[in-house]
Ligand binder design. Structure first.
Ligand code: G3P
Length: 482
């Protein structure tokens, strides 16, 4: 069955409260069957200037709104999202090839995220600091600290969560009092524009939320280096994130980038729990998640048993087109993405890894693949496939596991499977990552937890309260009583 999206639809950008076309368009195709989903504006630099003019103009009024007024808009946006859950679920399936269950979960999670953000912002009070707590200062000085917005925030969202990872920037940014410019990934731009419509209908005033679609090669740098930008909140590849950090100056950044999350399995681990979490963490949405499990470091003495348990689970994964049936493994987002995964697998094969399952490709659909005896001279041990392939690296000691885990350029998350709390804490303390999951797969949620990457995995901290704080700043007013 071909996807039944309104193929010829022409989408528009939200600019200063109006839905505007551009002189030229980009055609968005479904990764499932290359059918035309619609056309989005290919904005020019002049169009981008109009967007920032609108955001700047609207900022001075928006920052004077009350937190309560902003929160009411967020609550309405969450309600509208849930009213549209079936339409948005179908859009996620056809635009990014996400399975239906995960697509529906993304919309529900986003509504919860937005509500929780509004609640959190209402309770984020400032502080007052008495001067006389410092030596020599009299009691007549008090500092009153409030949080203030930064101004115009650019939110750049990725293809793999085009609704959730756009809202996870928009909601905290808006609640902090900023005006927002959303630039969705091209594949996911219809989702991004649909989300903007939700916020507009919820009552976000003209110019407070604006969208930009267009070819990254033509306007990407222009957007991130625009003189009106006060903050950039980006989720995407390490290459693009590194470029943004290099070409922008004096603009604070929040970057969520790539990962090579290791699942470390110690000799006393519950191997059923480990296998279940490794398979769920490694293969959901075909591994197209920055927090996917992307390598297994397992103690030699339990490796054979663990491998068998993982294999049993991988063999049960349902593979196919999410338009036709409920599946776990879906086609990758592009031919380029699938080609890269195949490149890493060929390298592993050539260098002697044992292919236990998969290795097969049909178009952009890659069957779930499992390699054993992967060694550190193979690219698969270090590079991020963003595909359904897991390398098993056998180690002799937990120290060796820590050393290999930390040798990665990435530092997003790691998982440690053990039933010894001392080993868990000791390994967690030694790992150079943003988050260590004990006896669980690596994952971003729940969304009020801090979420950050170190090294090549990012800059700054997300998570609802952390995102509000990242997109705002303290402002002190010192009262001097005479
Ligand atoms: O790849 C995006 C990253 O945020 C993954 O999120 O929730 O799947 O762990 P999650």
């Amino acid at each position: 069955m071909k996807n039944k999206w309104n193929e010829g639809a022409l989408y528009r950008n939200l600019v200063d409260g109006k839905w505007l076309e551009s002189k030229s368009v980009m055609t968005i195709y479904s990764p499932l069957d290359d059918s035309v989903l619609g056309h989005v504006p290919a904005m020019t630099k002049e169009d981008v200037d109009q967007v920032f003019l609108a955001a700047r103009k609207a900022f001075y009024k928006w920052r004077e709104t009350t937190i309560e007024e902003r929160a009411e808009i967020m609550y309405r946006a969450a309600d509208i999202l849930m009213d549209r859950i079936d339409e948005l679920t179908q859009l996620l399936v056809v635009e990014i090839g996400k399975d239906r269950k995960s697509s529906k979960a993304e919309v529900e999670r986003t509504a919860d995220f937005i509500r929780f953000t509004a609640d959190t912002a209402k309770n984020l009070s400032g502080e007052s600091i008495p001067g006389d707590s410092f030596p020599g200062v009299k009691r007549n000085k008090i500092s009153i600290v409030r949080r203030e917005p930064l101004g115009v925030v650019v939110a750049i969202s990725p293809f793999n969560y085009p609704i959730n990872l756009a809202a996870s920037k928009l909601a905290p940014g808006l609640m902090a009092g900023n005006t927002m410019v959303l630039k969705p990934a091209s594949q996911g731009s219809i989702c991004g524009l649909s989300l903007a419509k939700v916020f507009e209908e919820a009552g976000v005033p003209a110019g407070v939320l604006n969208t930009v679609t267009g070819k990254g090669s033509e306007i990407g740098d222009y957007v991130t280096t625009h003189k009106e930008v006060n903050f950039i909140n980006f989720t995407g590849s390490t290459d693009v994130g590194t470029r943004i950090s290099r070409i922008t100056s004096m603009v604070p950044l929040l970057l969520e980038l790539g990962g090579k999350d290791a699942a470390i399995v110690l000799a006393d681990a519950d191997l059923d729990l480990a296998a279940a979490n490794i398979v769920a963490g490694g293969y959901s949405y075909s591994g197209q998640r920055c927090t996917a499990v992307k390598r297994i470091l397992v103690l030699e003495e339990v490796a054979d048993t663990l491998v068998e348990k993982i294999k049993e689970r991988v063999e049960k994964l349902r593979v196919g087109n999410p338009l036709h049936q409920d599946v776990d493994i879906v086609p990758l987002i592009s031919t380029k993405a699938a080609d890269f995964v195949m490149e890493l697998m060929e390298d592993a094969n050539e260098k002697g890894a044992s292919l236990l399952l998969g290795g097969k490709r049909e178009g952009n659909l890659i069957y779930p693949t499992l390699f054993d005896h992967v060694t550190t001279d193979m690219r698969l041990a270090w590079e991020e496939p963003f595909g359904p392939v897991l390398p098993i690296i056998r180690v002799k000691t937990k120290e060796e596991a820590i050393e290999i885990a930390n040798r990665s350029e990435y530092g997003l998350q790691s998982a440690v499977f053990t039933q010894n709390i001392n080993d868990a804490c000791q390994v967690a303390a030694a790992l150079e990552v943003g988050t260590v999951q004990i006896n669980n797969k690596t994952e971003r949620g729940p969304d009020h937890f801090p979420f950050l990457g170190v090294k090549s995995s990012g800059l700054g901290t997300q998570g609802i309260r952390y995102s509000i704080e990242s997109m705002s700043r303290p402002k002190a007013m010192v009262i001097n009583i005479h």
